[in-house]
Design a protein around this ligand. Structure first.
Ligand SMILES: [Zn+2]
Length: 345
């Protein structure tokens, strides 16, 4: 999808933004940049290391991201990144024809948006995944004005409105308390990168003993701790984990099947039976509201519909390119408020 931009006293350049693989390829004049996807011979700007953003990156000529993004990537992958450059949030670096600044995206540890300033003055903001709400372990993304916005729209239809995060936190803590009072073990299902760490931080702040149910969560927690986040939890290999489980602990799991497997290798028989027979599971996900209505609580690492909309209003772009599954719907909403929007599908 191409848009022409005419600058006073400048020749006309055409901006091209295309969906390629797991991300986007941008071309403006002689500048070509890939975002969250690997394209042979191209430079990739990587916003974070969730698996739907790192596809094909072995093909990339060079990958630019924060140290935390590379650290969380290598914590979860057997294929570490090659040809990398670390740039930190707030820092600017230059490519021929463009300056690029990394901005906090609030989504997971080290996640970034990219703000591009081309030599002719055109500005572009690429969001990756972002959250415009503060959490216990991540700081909210802040919008910045730009001529062009390339934005995610995961929750880009009007039905996706999340309650205030404090309220969600209280509901999670209340569920943990009442489940334990009934003699069961609460299991909170959450992605191993980002959501699990927020859940652990929340539950530890509520005074619960927290057990992480997966090695992948443990590895990512270590990265968070290395980057200064205070997380304290038992692993399935901790010395007293069976005692903790019997006396009212909570489990955070990214795959309960794997949690059970780990339990069979590490825990006493009574603890394995407890996990197999006396648990109450809750999903921590935005998908717990709206049409899917999974059982659990709407703890999301993404902005909700209102967050996406207010963010785009502040960016105030001349054109917005929208990706992810609700791109078509969110583009219509943006058009309704006067922002020229194009779904990338
Ligand atoms: Zn993500």
């Amino acid at each position: 999808m191409a848009t022409e931009f005419l600058r006073s006293g400048q020749s006309m350049s055409t901006l091209s933004v295309k969906k390629v693989g797991s991300g986007v390829l941008l071309q403006y004049g002689d500048v070509r940049l890939a975002f969250d996807t690997g394209i042979k011979g191209e430079i990739t700007l990587l916003s974070h290391s969730h698996s739907d953003h790192i596809r094909g990156l072995r093909h990339a000529r060079h990958i630019i991201a924060t140290k935390a993004t590379f650290d969380t990537w290598s914590a979860r992958s057997s294929e570490p990144a090659n040809n990398t450059t670390e740039v930190e949030i707030g820092d600017m670096f230059g490519q021929i024809g463009v300056n690029i600044t990394l901005l906090n995206a609030g989504h997971v540890l080290g996640s970034t948006m990219f703000y591009l300033e081309f030599d002719d003055g055109l500005t572009v903001l690429y969001t990756g995944d972002f959250n415009n709400v503060d959490s216990l372990v991540h700081t909210a993304a802040r919008p910045i004005e730009a001529d062009v916005l390339i934005t995610e729209a995961t929750y880009g239809t009007a039905s996706w409105i999340f309650p205030n995060r404090r309220e969600v936190y209280e509901r999670i803590l209340d569920a943990a308390t009442s489940t334990i009072e009934q003699g069961h073990t609460p299991v909170f299902n959450a992605y191993s990168l980002g959501k699990s760490q927020e859940a652990i931080a929340l539950l530890q702040s509520g005074g619960f003993r927290v057990i992480s149910g997966n090695l992948s969560i443990d590895k990512v927690c270590k990265v968070y701790k290395d980057h200064g986040v205070d997380l304290r939890h038992y692993t399935m290999k901790s010395v007293n984990v069976s005692d903790a489980l019997e006396s009212g602990a909570v489990v955070v799991s990214s795959s309960f099947r794997h949690t059970i497997n780990l339990a069979r290798h590490n825990l006493e028989k009574k603890s394995i039976e407890r996990l197999e027979q006396k648990t109450e599971a809750f999903n921590l996900s935005g998908w717990t509201v709206g049409k899917y209505a999974e059982r659990g609580f709407p703890l999301s690492a993404h902005s909700d519909f209102e967050g996406l909309l207010s963010f785009a209003k502040t960016v105030n772009p001349r054109v917005a390119y929208v990706f992810t599954e609700n791109a078509g719907s969110f583009s219509k909403h943006l058009s309704d408020i006067g922002i020229n929007a194009v779904p990338l599908e």
